[in-house]
Design a binder for this molecule. Structure first.
Ligand code: ZN
Ligand code: ZN
Ligand code: ZN
Length: 299
């Protein structure tokens, strides 16, 4: 039996410990400029001041810097892929190290895991091109691969105002746990959710996309859109992928449609499977409320 690999904040503990946001100024500038371009906003407003980002947008950028630092630190620490010269040159010039073998399987995780050939015939394992850890072959199974990449990348950022958690990216399947833990569910959003016939937990998502401002009467569409945005934005922090992903407009849409064609669910791991837990909780709350009402009538 393989031991479970550390996930989430434990996986990245040492990288996060050494995180200095100022070390990623160029990347910060690139993604800030990109985010504003996605909204059709200039970098500097008519008043000569930089265009202000919303609280949520600032949090998105901050999480992206955290991811960047994580990816950079594992990429520079890995042995066997890059030569010392390559690493020294990258360090001296600030240029990214080349993409590792099977890197596309990280971007295209929804469609294809790394090829079988990557498995080391002796150990039966392969090196993950995202976290560079040695993984057992069972991670090549499509769903396991998707989940693993999501857990490496942590594409979720809380999109609610006044979030009390220390900014830190987390996997999208932890979003509801986060909201329960850090936001007041009674007031903020559960009642609407319980009342909805479909019990589709949309409320921790804003009505407009925080990146491009997209909105639609069909909120499920908006949520799917936002989840793709989050994943795309998270992947942009991969040092070897940033340049090719700084795209806007139709080019962005085409790339998103390529990475997540309509037939593949962008949220197979967690968000929707949380539905069951959600429905159970909703049912429990409703029962409690009914009991309360009965006792009021009795008195
Ligand atoms: Zn990995
Ligand atoms: Zn939050
Ligand atoms: Zn958007």
């Amino acid at each position: 039996m393989d031991r479970e690999l550390p996930r989430g904040k434990w996986q990245w503990w040492s990288a996060d410990h050494a995180f200095v946001p100022e070390n990623h100024l160029k990347f910060r500038q690139d993604i800030t400029r990109w985010l504003l371009a996605r909204q059709g906003k200039p970098e500097v407003g008519a008043d000569g001041l930089p265009t202000e980002l919303t609280e949520v947008q600032q949090r998105l950028i901050r999480d992206s810097l955290t991811r960047r630092n994580r990816f950079l630190s594992v990429q520079t620490e890995t042995t066997g892929i890059y030569t010392e010269e390559e690493k020294n040159e990258a360090f001296a010039t600030g240029a990214p190290l080349r993409a590792p073998p099977e890197a596309n399987a990280v971007l295209e995780a929804a469609q294809q895991p790394p090829r079988e050939e990557v498995i080391d015939p002796v150990t039966g394992k392969f090196d993950c091109p995202c976290c560079f850890r040695r993984l057992p072959a069972r991670y090549l199974e499509p769903e396991a691969w998707w989940q693993h990449v999501e857990s490496d990348v942590g594409s979720a950022t809380c999109l609610l105002d006044r979030c009390l958690m220390k900014p830190q990216p987390f996997a999208i399947d932890q979003l509801y746990d986060h909201v329960r833990q850090y936001h007041d569910p009674e007031k903020l959003w559960t009642l609407r959710d319980i009342d909805s016939a479909r019990r589709f937990p949309l409320d921790p998502f804003p009505e407009n996309c925080p990146i491009c401002d997209y909105t639609d009467d069909d909120r499920e569409r908006v949520v799917t859109h936002i989840c793709k945005e989050l994943r795309f934005f998270a992947l942009m922090a991969l040092p070897w992928a940033t340049d090719q992903m700084l795209i806007v407009g139709d080019e962005w849409q085409e790339e998103v449609d390529r990475l997540w064609p309509p037939h593949c669910n962008v949220l197979p791991c967690g968000t929707w499977s949380n539905d069951e837990a959600w429905a159970k909780r909703a049912a429990k709350k409703r029962t409690r409320q009914e009991i309360h009402e009965v006792s009021l009538e009795d008195s």
